[in-house]
Design a protein around this ligand. Structure first.
Ligand code: AHR
Length: 324
């Protein structure tokens, strides 16, 4: 399974190379595996790095242990892809005390002292949520579907992670503003198995679900299976019995195929290719420069339905692309 992939890596140490300790949070999704590959590629010996990679297996305590080990090993830089936002103050304080710069990647950390880390690079998760919600609003209005007829369930990501917090907030605010009914929200931990289980239980509990907001593609794949197993149809005709699935990432090939078929109606891209970005931040720091504190990656919105060609969120226009 995905969770057994990405074992720990410790390269032979070469003198004069930059030594990086990378604590990855786990291997819960295809996005995560692609992200790990991007990081391992960027921090290769050919690129002048000694890498110590630790897979946190979804446990913050494992990540804290890994960071303490990196400090003991006197690495030059610590890179942290945190499972959740809170709980990092002490260990990042220890890294600062040891004089080791920390770069945060993907999700964010919520620490009282922002100087505990040098910089962050990743996605604007709330914007991703707002984009999917804006697409849903534009699409349903175009098809003459009333807000009163929209009944949503949210299969959330790992609770307390920036990806979950931002995407859930994007939906909640849009639902409030548009008068949509959110029937329920339960975490699917960004996995296919939990996505399937959570969707099956939603279908047993509610007979009027017609939109499933999945906080990543692996959950969406599981949800589609649960919907079809229950003898229901996935699609965009939501006032005639079909259930619409919307999602995030755009990395997993099965999900991309579903999006092409219209089974996933809309996907907000979440870009996993952070390896070269983190490497470039380290190069800046290493040459005495000060990179921007927060570095956002720009991302697309995908749908195969051509009812609408663009949406506007917070004054910016986003065109809707087709997945290739
Ligand atoms: O933090 C990014 C999220 O984490 C991705 O959307 C999800 O697939 C992953 O597990």
């Amino acid at each position: 399974t995905i969770n057994e992939q990405n074992p720990d890596v410790e390269n032979e140490v070469t003198k004069n190379y930059i030594t990086v300790g990378f604590s990855q949070l786990g291997a819960e999704s295809d996005w995560r595996s692609t992200n790990t590959e991007s990081m391992l590629d960027a921090f290769s010996q050919e690129n002048g790095y000694n890498l110590i990679y630790k897979n946190g297996q979804q446990k913050q305590s494992n990540q804290i242990t890994a960071i303490r080990m990196f400090i003991q090993q006197e690495v030059d830089y610590i890179v942290l892809a945190p499972a959740m936002e809170t709980g990092w103050d002490s260990v990042l304080g220890e890294a600062k005390e040891a004089g080791i710069p920390v770069i945060i990647v993907d999700r964010r950390v919520d620490v009282a002292d922002k100087n505990l880390y040098s910089c962050w690079v990743g996605s604007d998760f709330e914007l991703e949520g707002k984009k999917v919600a804006a697409w849903l609003k534009a699409f349903t209005e175009k098809r003459g579907i009333s807000a009163d007829d929209i009944h949503i369930v949210n299969i959330q990501g790992t609770i307390g992670s920036t990806a979950q917090i931002g995407r859930s907030r994007g939906l909640a605010n849009a639902a409030r503003a548009n008068g949509w009914d959110i029937l329920d929200e339960v975490s699917g931990d960004f996995t296919e198995t939990k996505g399937r289980e959570v969707m099956a239980s939603f279908l047993r509990k509610y007979d009027n679900v017609n939109v499933v907001y999945c906080e990543n593609d692996n959950e969406a794949i599981g949800a589609i299976e649960a919907i079809e197993n229950a003898g229901k149809k996935v699609g965009a005709d939501i006032t005639n019995g079909e259930i619409m699935v919307v999602s995030f990432d755009g990395v997993n090939q099965e999900a991309i195929n579903y999006a092409k078929e219209g089974k996933i109606a809309c996907i907000a891209e979440c870009n996993p290719h952070h390896g070269p970005r983190v490497s470039s931040l380290i190069k800046t720091l290493n040459s005495g420069g000060i990179p921007d504190k927060f570095n956002y990656v720009s991302e697309k919105l995908y749908s195969s339905f051509d009812d609408i060609s663009e949406i506007v969120v917070d004054g910016s226009t986003y065109t809707i692309d087709e997945l290739e």
